[in-house]
Design a protein around this ligand. Structure first.
Ligand code: DQQ
Length: 648
């Protein structure tokens, strides 16, 4: 097999055809009012005012009353029964976190999805396989001009099982080529699954891929693999080390609680270290440390890199340095006085990725959190939305650390089987330490996404009055890169209020919520608000929450919908700003330059194709808000099989 020479140019060509909807799409609703300049906000027609007022009255202007939800207004489509019996989620019996959402209706009803609805859910610029199930990102790396992404994949079905390593390559982290599977479960030590793992690039050019195998008797062991041909930039063929497994569960560790080895890092003694997540005494989440010089034999160090009581089994541990004052990422082995270390664990019990910042002592091989109250599993989340099993790698080409994360489904397994695929990866994000706050990371979509930008629309200082919704005339609203800054009136005698995200966008307080309504239809029967909620808290400070409310994102009853979010640090003199990437059924939202991030997976039934719209809203009871926006329409990425040429 040869690689066509044109492939490099082709891979970075951004002149692609826009996303093409399938036949049978719903007809679009009428055009919204043009609102390119603030004056035009006030030039809406009488009918529009009446329309908005009635919307406000009907939908928004009900202090602390829930908005109509799909549960209260079921869609005319009749739910259909399926033959699935109630059962525990996939994965749990095999000793990993839940990998499916069995229907929560006892009779196994499924929404009456049409092909058009299901087809629309496929993303246009997020990475997802052509079909079937995907979960964790594995072993990401940059090699000879190509970014490599491996992923947990079921070649046979849209549900978790037969876990194999899918493999894709990209020149720019945006356009991808699917390659042949890197590893399949074909050995006694991984026959129940080639599970999650990480790559280590050695200084002599070798690549060590460590991964968890689930053996023929369901024991979790660690295995080594390496490329068959290091002169192949695509790293197509992988050899499993004949001496596998290289690690088995040590004494005191359950045989099904020992998985997901990290990338290695070198200590001052020249030895490599890796860490592996586990659990002890039923409830203490831990990370074991091993030393090695050759990646085939290992010494288990006494104690743990870190342990946190009450957090349960740690999956997919990630451990890496960040520069305290720097705008570049760091190699995993970097350490020194101007460096902090991030420890991340994916909590098996709750399916949430938590991280903490701290200090790593390479002599004792212990990590200590900066703030024990914000320790791993009890403090900061990597992403407050539907997000799990994340993993970073150091991109030595652009000197940055890139974060991948798995966006899991919140529909049912029955729905996934019907649409023929499950899960998406987030847009890769560059990760930096936030040296303004000193307390958190910053995550930001990789700059290469800007190559997808098409036309943009600007809106300046759009006034959004308390209790109002303002349509934004931007044409297609399904593939967007949105930047919004909000300015609010100063209120002198603000009351102290106890609000957060949990009440959602309908929970009105004096200073919020306000934000955007993404993937909304013209009548607002479906919408996904992404919003800020400033709150005067009892300690006299102004706290700001950043939230995403999925509760009315779909009329489908069998889809799990939640309000996500948390506080976001806002420094004096900073405006409130969010960036939101919309890609059909994915809404990735970044507040204050990426201090707090929320990913939503949504399943609209009405707000699809040309009917998907974007609005501003302000549901505060007392403050006016002015919004300034720049919105790009985004092109679709090329994500397709690698065009091998047969040399015979
Ligand atoms: N997924 C893998 C495991 C890991 C889990 C199995 C996290 O290695 O612990 O597919 O989603």
């Amino acid at each position: 097999m040869d690689y066509p020479s044109s492939i490099v140019a082709e891979a970075s060509n951004t002149e692609h055809a826009p996303y093409t909807p399938l036949q049978g799409q719903p007809s679009t609703v009428g055009p919204p009012t043009k609102l390119r300049r603030p004056l035009k906000v006030f030039s809406v027609t009488f009918a529009s005012v009446i329309f908005l007022l009635s919307l406000v009255t009907l939908i928004i202007n009900q202090s602390r009353e829930p908005l109509p939800t799909p549960n209260k207004n079921p869609s005319p489509s009749t739910p259909k029964a399926t033959s699935f019996a109630k059962r525990e989620p996939r994965g749990v019996a095999e000793g990993v976190s839940a990998k499916s959402n069995p229907s929560f209706f006892s009779d196994g009803v499924s929404y009456n999805w049409t092909n058009a609805m299901l087809a629309w859910q496929r993303t246009a610029y997020h990475f997802q396989p052509q079909r079937n199930w995907m979960n964790d990102p594995d072993g990401p790396l940059f090699y000879m001009g190509w970014y490599h992404l491996f992923y947990q994949y079921n070649p046979d079905s849209a549900v978790w099982g037969n876990i194999t390593w899918g493999h894709a390559v990209s020149r720019d982290l945006i356009h991808w080529f699917y390659l042949p599977f890197a590893m399949v479960p074909d050995q006694w030590y991984d026959t129940n699954g080639v599970w999650t793992g990480s790559a280590t690039l050695l200084p002599d050019g070798q690549i060590m891929m460590l991964y968890t195998g689930d053996t023929n008797d369901s024991v979790q062991v660690q295995n080594l693999a390496y490329p068959a041909n290091l002169s192949d930039p695509l790293l197509i063929d992988w050899i499993k080390y004949p001496g596998n497994p290289v690690l088995v569960p040590p004494t005191g560790i359950e045989t099904d609680e020992f998985r997901d080895p990290t990338t290695g890092w070198v200590g001052p003694d020249g030895k490599w270290r890796i860490t592996i997540g586990s659990r002890i005494n039923e409830t203490i989440g831990v990370s074991l440390v091993y030393q090695t010089t050759n990646f085939t034999t290992y010494e288990l160090l006494e104690g743990f890199l870190h342990a946190v009581p009450g957090t349960g089994m740690w999956e997919c541990v990630d451990f890496y340095p960040v520069a305290i004052n720097g705008s570049q990422g760091l190699d995993t082995s970097a350490n020194g006085p101007d460096i902090k270390h991030v420890l991340k664990a994916s909590l098996d019990n709750t399916k949430v990725d938590y991280y903490a910042l701290g200090t790593y002592d390479p002599v004792t091989d212990r990590w200590t959190p900066d703030n024990p109250k914000e320790d791993v599993g009890i403090g900061l989340r990597v992403d407050y939305g539907r997000y799990y099993a994340s993993k970073t790698f150091y991109d030595q080409y652009k000197k940055r650390r890139i974060l991948w994360g798995w966006i899991n489904e919140t529909d049912t397994e029955e729905d996934d089987l019907e649409k023929g695929w499950a899960s998406v990866q987030t847009i890769p994000r560059a990760v930096l330490f936030d040296n303004k706050t000193g307390t958190n990371l910053l995550q930001w979509p990789v700059e290469e996404i800007e190559s997808l930008r098409l036309n943009s629309t600007d809106f300046e200082e759009v006034l959004v009055e308390p209790g109002s919704v303002v349509p934004l005339d931007i044409g297609m609203a399904a593939q967007l890169d949105i930047f919004v800054e909000f300015e609010t009136e100063l209120i002198s005698d603000s009351v102290v209020e106890e609000y957060g995200c949990s009440g959602g966008a309908v929970d009105r307080s004096s200073l919020g919520p306000f934000g955007i309504l993404a993937i909304a239809d013209q009548t607002l029967s479906e919408l996904t608000p992404v919003f800020f909620r400033p709150v005067n808290s009892t300690d006299g400070t102004l706290k700001t929450y950043f939230c995403a409310d999925e509760t009315r994102s779909s009329k489908a009853l069998d889809v799990f919908k939640q309000v996500y979010g948390s506080t976001v640090p806002v420094l004096e003199d900073e405006k409130l700003g969010m960036r939101v990437l919309v890609d059909h059924s994915i809404v990735e939202s970044f507040a204050q330059g990426g201090r707090t991030v929320i990913t939503s997976r949504i399943y609209p039934t009405e707000a699809i194709y040309g009917a998907a719209r974007l609005f501003l809203f302000n549901n505060a009871t007392s403050v006016n808000v002015k919004a300034t926006l720049k919105i790009w329409e985004l092109n679709s990425a090329f994500i397709r099989p690698f065009p091998f040429v047969d040399s015979n």
